[in-house]
Design a protein around this ligand. Structure first.
Ligand SMILES: *Cc1c(COP(=O)(O)O)cnc(C)c1O
Length: 400
């Protein structure tokens, strides 16, 4: 290539139409990054011959680029699916699913421990469009009672605050029997703790998963993204259409960052899972807690269902504690504020350990006999040394 080639007179034009193009023959460790709103068609025949459902017919940034499709293929692979759509946050991925499948008078069933903002979106659909929201107890499949109106069943395994593992087998079986679509928020399992598209000897599968890539796939606590994964072509096309008409798209830069982190995602997940076990053991010996919640614990609600499905012993790095009722909000806030390594913030899956404080009374619709009364603090285990994290909690407990 001739660098000194001066085809255009004006330097401004030359800045825009630079002669040096990316070569096709160099290979790099990470795939090349495409940033695009406009994608340039080679000719009018390329413009007219393209087909909107074809990944390889690049037409416009919202439709996707090689960067976003590469990430999507990898996420689908991790989760055991075939198709993936990306969204700018986990919540927007959830909203695409709700918008694609729910209309007036349709029933949607949600677990009582549902990710809060999903319920808020569904309440919005109920108020504005007459969708009917029903709540079930995730550890009691008999509380899910589908009717002809039931269209969608949301699942979370485990719930992300109180960490009950649902009776996934029986809930999915019942949904299939009644023709109810099953959607799993797979952020906790991340495609690593179990395969949502084949999770028992009976080859049970959910219809689709949603994943907050913000958590483990990003792994940095600095990027927002979500995915919707399916195995079924028809289902994918229905979601694809909703995704397209809503203008849901992600930035190439963000997709490349998540792609870069996928290489070590399973190592981080495994380490955070192990560190959570160390913390769990220690937390259970402390006298200030009425209950320590982690689905791998034998006394945990739904523990038997986790055992059926999560056979590699790994789980997300989340542990919650419920303080004994003698500790009021002022005391628990003193504890939270005294932590130094654990930072106060939403989300999880990043390098920095986080806590969040919850008042369960405000969050539940059903009676939950398996949960003690008291304030709940969720620990999200980062990648610090677990002994340092324990020391941090030990020091802060003195402030109670
Ligand atoms: C964080 C989270 C989401 C939403 O992801 P965002 O990218 O923060 O919108 C959805 N579901 C669960 C279980 C989550 O933890």
């Amino acid at each position: 290539m001739q660098r000194t080639m001066k085809k255009h007179n004006d330097f401004q034009t030359r800045l825009i139409h630079a002669p040096r193009k990316a070569p096709q023959f160099i290979e790099t460790v990470q795939p090349p990054l495409f940033r695009a709103s406009t994608i340039i068609f080679k000719s009018t025949s390329h413009l007219f011959d393209r087909h909107w459902t074809d990944d390889y017919d690049y037409s416009y940034g919202t439709h996707g680029t090689p960067t976003t499709f590469t990430l999507g293929d990898n996420i689908a692979q991790i989760e055991g699916g075939l198709h993936c759509l990306l969204a700018p946050s986990g919540l927007s991925a959830i909203n695409v699913v709700n918008s694609a499948f729910l209309s007036t008078n349709d029933e949607v069933w949600v677990p009582d421990n549902i990710y809060g903002p999903n319920l808020e979106h569904l309440n919005h659909l109920q108020n504005q469009y007459g969708v009917i929201v029903k709540v079930y107890n995730p550890i009691d499949a008999s509380s899910f009672q589908p009717t002809e109106k039931s269209k969608l069943l949301w699942l979370e395994a485990a719930g992300s605050v109180t960490l009950e593992f649902p009776d996934l087998k029986n809930l999915v079986k019942k949904a299939k029997k009644h023709g109810v679509l099953t959607a799993l928020d797979n952020t906790w399992g991340a495609g690593l703790a179990f395969n949502a598209f084949n999770f028992s000897d009976e080859h049970l599968s959910v219809d689709l998963t949603v994943h907050a890539l913000t958590k483990y796939p990003s792994g940095g606590g600095d990027i927002l993204m979500g995915s919707i994964v399916t195995r079924d072509d028809k289902l994918h096309h229905r979601l694809f259409r909703t995704h397209a008409i809503l203008g849901i798209a992600v930035s190439g830069d963000d997709a490349a960052q998540v792609q870069r982190s996928l290489a070590h995602m399973s190592l981080r997940y495994e380490q955070q899972s192990e560190n959570a076990q160390t913390l769990l053991k220690w937390l259970k010996d402390q006298s200030q807690f009425a209950q320590v919640l982690h689905p791998s614990d034998e006394t945990a609600p739904g523990h038997q269902y986790l055992q059926e499905i999560c056979t590699n012993g790994q789980s997300a790095g989340l542990v919650s504690v419920i303080f004994k009722p003698d500790y009021d909000i002022t005391a628990v806030r003193r504890f939270c504020d005294a932590l130094e390594l654990f930072k106060l913030g939403f989300s999880w899956g990043g390098p920095v350990s986080l806590i969040m404080l919850y008042d369960l009374k405000m969050m539940r619709k059903l009676e939950n006999t398996h949960l003690q009364q008291g304030l709940l603090v969720r620990f999200c285990i980062g990648l610090e040394d677990p002994q340092d994290l324990i020391q941090d909690i030990e020091n802060a407990l003195k402030q109670l």
